[in-house]
Design a protein around this ligand. Sequence first.
Ligand code: GDP
Ligand code: MG
Ligand code: ZN
Length: 291
Amino acid sequence: MIARIVEGRGGIFTVQNENGEKYILRAGNKFRYQGITPLVGDRVHYTPGESEQHGWIDEILPRKNTLTRPPVANIEKLGIVVAEYPQPDWLLVDKILLNAFLQEISPVLIINKIDLGRTALESAKNMYSKTGIPILYVSAITGEGIDELKKELKSFVSCFAGQSGVGKSTLLSKLLGIELETGELSRKTMRGKQTTRHTQLFIRDEVMLFDTPGFSLLNVPEGIEPHELALLYPEFNKYLGQCKFSPCYHDTEPECAVSMALERDELNLDRVERYRLLLAEVRHMWQNRYN
Ligand SMILES: Nc1nc2c(ncn2[C@@H]2O[C@H](COP(=O)(O)OP(=O)(O)O)[C@@H](O)[C@H]2O)c(=O)[nH]1
Ligand SMILES: [Mg+2]
Ligand SMILES: [Zn+2]
């Protein structure tokens, strides 16, 4: 029998199968010997327990990907949330996109707080329409666009990422119909330390959403080679291989197809400028990779 781990705490795992039935399981010793820890999001073969007894995880099916913060597996879709307010951090959006593409997670750009205005939405359209990434606009408060978002997320294991205050927790509550902590002080103790809350995968009306956002997707990914960066920009794709120099970093090289496309207004200037900023960072990291 196959089910998905939706919660794990102190070696006790809750799985949910396709019929929505939940079972409490433990992982056998063989996983410990192999150094494998089952993760929320894992699909497993299992043997249910008799009556009140817990059952066993027999096997973990191959993972599509894993995140470290929070430790989860098999994310298929990533909702990158920005809002009308606070002012969008588009460089952060681009960094998250790099991580998504590297982990083979399909990104969706979610513009929240559309009840406050459309400036962020217009910017998003200008900057990302040529990437092919779906752009959805919603309001977690009025409910506008929530059905479309549900449709987009349906049947994929998803997770949110984005800067603080954009409404990730509010959106989760709205989508899942549960109460989650929102606002500044959530998840912090009086000392300001992060509480060790565990991550849960919520499944409701075929929406499968982690209740903790993907913190490990917020940084420039380590270990990418400078020439690989442009491959993570879908809108550059049709120009690659047409530059005078090879490799071309699409930076200051003459007769660069990306620069020429930009001059013809076929690419978005903000996206290309941020690409060049990130290129400098990736180059720096690459040069210092053994330090
Ligand atoms: N006007 C408006 N406010 C929202 C919306 N969604 C969230 N908020 C507010 O934005 C603030 C931050 O929301 P929160 O969910 O904690 O953001 P998070 O840090 O991304 O989890 C809260 O005061 C929410 O009530 C929305 O669609 N419209
Ligand atoms: Mg939050
Ligand atoms: Zn080039």
